[in-house]
Ligand binder design. Structure first.
Ligand code: BG6
Length: 299
């Protein structure tokens, strides 16, 4: 048997003969499901809008070209929080059997889906706010041993551009009180809960016991792992990038988000996001960048 791919009503669904599958909305090229070994690894809010009326609360929204509220006096300053990629409708560019990447690939064991976004797909508002000529290709590879998501950015214009990017992954977990995040080493982070002050990760393992919103920069290790009950659950490996955000809204923030349901859903999710968000990545005319992640799910 071969991997199967079909597209319907604004989404593309791929599955492997093993039963593993991935589902991607064209809106935002948002991965909204990834099942491996019979288990869903991605959290999506019960109140998430999947109709293109606002970014998906959950899944893997793509943050580009700015992370968080854009700074004043920057080329992104007129864009909304987290940019336009997560609320633009991408184009499905087709499937291929994947050759690239670090997953066991080739043959019947993997399938790669490509999605594209260029200036011509942007809303008039976004085009006006960020008038660069660019091309994004987002490749989602489903393989027997994991999921790979890579963002390729090309500057197609004749002037340099600057961007930030982040794959804002909401992982589904069983119980936040049993989860630990390892592999942040002694990286420094900006704590957005504590007024954006700078700290250094002091313990090898991070447990979540309240609201967390931390931006780790230049992490030395490639892999950040999520354990549950002390056992490996998900390994997130950065490729071409070295920053990561760890986010959980906890009780009050979850209450304040209209599209976050159920309200105690913060117990079932943890965002471990990979990206290039410490400062800006500059692309000269014609240059390209590629960065993303490989995630392995333990049975
Ligand atoms: C995180 C940010 O990446 O995204 C948080 O660090 C933010 O500060 C969160 O609250 C969710 O953002 P949004 O725009 O999807 O509500």
């Amino acid at each position: 048997p071969q991997p199967s791919v079909h597209s319907e009503q604004g989404r593309v669904i791929a599955s492997l003969p093993t039963g593993d599958s991935v589902e991607v909305l064209l809106y935002g090229a948002t991965v909204i499901s990834w099942k491996a070994n019979g288990r869903e690894n991605i959290w999506v809010s019960d109140a998430a809008k999947l109709d293109g009326s606002k970014p998906v609360r959950g899944g893997v929204p793509i943050v580009f070209p700015c992370f968080g509220p854009p700074p004043k006096n920057h080329a992104t300053s007129a864009l909304p929080q987290h940019g336009f990629a997560r609320n633009s409708t991408w184009v499905y560019l087709g499937k291929s059997s994947s050759e690239s990447g670090k997953l066991a690939s080739g043959g019947d064991d993997s399938v790669k889906l490509d999605f594209g976004l260029t200036s011509s797909e942007l809303s008039e508002d976004a085009k006006k706010a960020w008038g660069y000529d660019f091309s994004l290709v987002y490749s989602v590879t489903l393989a027997r041993d994991g999921l790979q998501t890579m963002l390729n950015v090309q500057n197609k214009g004749d002037k340099a551009l600057e961007f930030q990017m982040l794959l804002h992954t909401y992982f589904r977990i069983d119980d936040i009180s049993k989860v630990a995040i390892n592999g942040l080493g002694s990286a420094t982070y900006i704590d957005k809960v504590l007024n954006a002050t700078e700290h250094q990760q002091s313990t090898p393992s991070l447990q979540i016991t309240g609201e967390v919103d931390r931006v780790y920069a230049a992490i030395k290790q490639d892999t950040t792992s999520i354990t549950q009950d002390g056992k490996p659950r998900l390994d997130v490996t950065r490729d071409g990038i070295s920053d990561s955000v760890v986010w959980n809204p906890w009780i009050e923030k979850a209450k304040s988000m209209g599209d976050f349901e159920p309200k105690d859903g913060y117990k079932k999710m943890i965002c471990v996001e990979v990206g290039a968000v410490d400062g800006w990545t500059k692309l000269e005319a014609g240059e390209t960048f590629e960065g993303g992640m490989i995630v392995k799910s333990h049975a």
